[in-house]
Design a protein around this ligand. Sequence first.
Ligand SMILES: NC(=O)C1=CN([C@@H]2O[C@H](COP(=O)(O)OP(=O)(O)OC[C@H]3O[C@@H](n4cnc5c(N)ncnc54)[C@H](OP(=O)(O)O)[C@@H]3O)[C@@H](O)[C@H]2O)C=CC1
Ligand SMILES: CC(=O)N[C@@H](CCC(=O)OP(=O)(O)O)C(=O)O
Length: 343
Amino acid sequence: MIKVGVVGGTGYTGVELLRLLVLHPEVELSVVTSRSESGRKISDLYPNLRGHLDIEFTEPDVDRLAECDLVFFATPNGIAMKSVPTLLEKGVKVIDLAADFRIKDPELWSQWYGMEHACPELLEEAVYGLPETSREQIAKARLVANPGCYPTAVQLGFLPLVKAGLVDASCLIADTKSGVSGAGRGASVGTLLCEATESMKAYKADGHRHLPEISQGLQWHSNDKVGLTFVPHLTPMIRGIHATLYANLTQDVEDLQALFEQAYKDEPFVDVMPVGSHPETRSVKGANTCRIAVHKPQNGNTVIILSVIDNLVKGAAGQAVQNMNIMMGLDEETGLRQVALLP
Ligand SMILES: NC(=O)C1=CN([C@@H]2O[C@H](COP(=O)(O)OP(=O)(O)OC[C@H]3O[C@@H](n4cnc5c(N)ncnc54)[C@H](OP(=O)(O)O)[C@@H]3O)[C@@H](O)[C@H]2O)C=CC1
Ligand SMILES: CC(=O)N[C@@H](CCC(=O)OP(=O)(O)O)C(=O)O
């Protein structure tokens, strides 16, 4: 059994990791941390885990975490980087669900995250954990930077076109919507029921920190300079990301549908839907699946890609378990075969 630790077990991505890991046949949950709930039985706080998990939250303590084979950090940005060097030194593998290791350039990271990086020397080694592009590197990695939720939906949508060099990479547009759980469990006025329901709004239209992450990821697969307009929106649902992506074709493409189907034909967690589909966020709720549909309106040369994920699953905890499976040499789908919850 793989001994696993979760730092930040009280948060939304933390408890989603627990939901997936308690049914994972190769995992023993050894340490789950919380500063605010230390000493409390986990299933008292999260009754969905009653009968599945019988341990208590403990204070985050690097020596206890070092007894694990692999540790997930489901913590705010800037926390994992303080403990990762020690854990790696002690032979523990790490998957960070936050952004500490996602951006390769430490100056760019500091510019967007507003702090000095604690271990910039590890940025080059860290593998960006999008299995659909980096499976082989993930398999050899000690440290994986789990992608953000918007970046997962947007990159999976654009990548087949960008990789094939069929679109003007300098003029990509991503119009994205997120459920409120994307903002985490911490109390804030903006996520109160009365503030976030029956309404919808864009935010950070002039610069969201996922912009450099998505641009970096697309640039790795593009011969041309990537230019992206990215606007996130908050929508009144609990889970889900819906990305509507626009790109301009630079040449005639006979069969866009075939291009996407070919790109993802061996991917267990990417579903290219039939021509004319409009994927719904509820079709991936609770599942580690990204569903994609491609549309080519008759007028003009614009391609529209629709991409949906559950922000807490393929956008966070599910993708992290997928990465763990790859890092530990397990079947990539182990513990991740959930069907989405409908209606
Ligand atoms: N929510 C989402 O959809 C997604 C989130 N992410 C990223 O994943 C990370 C976690 O997000 P989310 O679960 O939503 O966040 P939450 O705010 O819901 O949870 C954060 C967790 O971190 C713990 N924590 C906070 N500060 C510290 C600290 N200094 N040391 C140790 N533990 C700490 C908290 O527990 P306690 O205070 O009890 O210790 C809590 O369990 C974030 O970096 C987020 O950006 C990535 C993709 C999607
Ligand atoms: C709705 C909402 O607030 N969403 C969050 C994204 C959460 C996330 O994925 O954060 P990181 O990838 O940066 O870790 C936001 O826009 O900040």
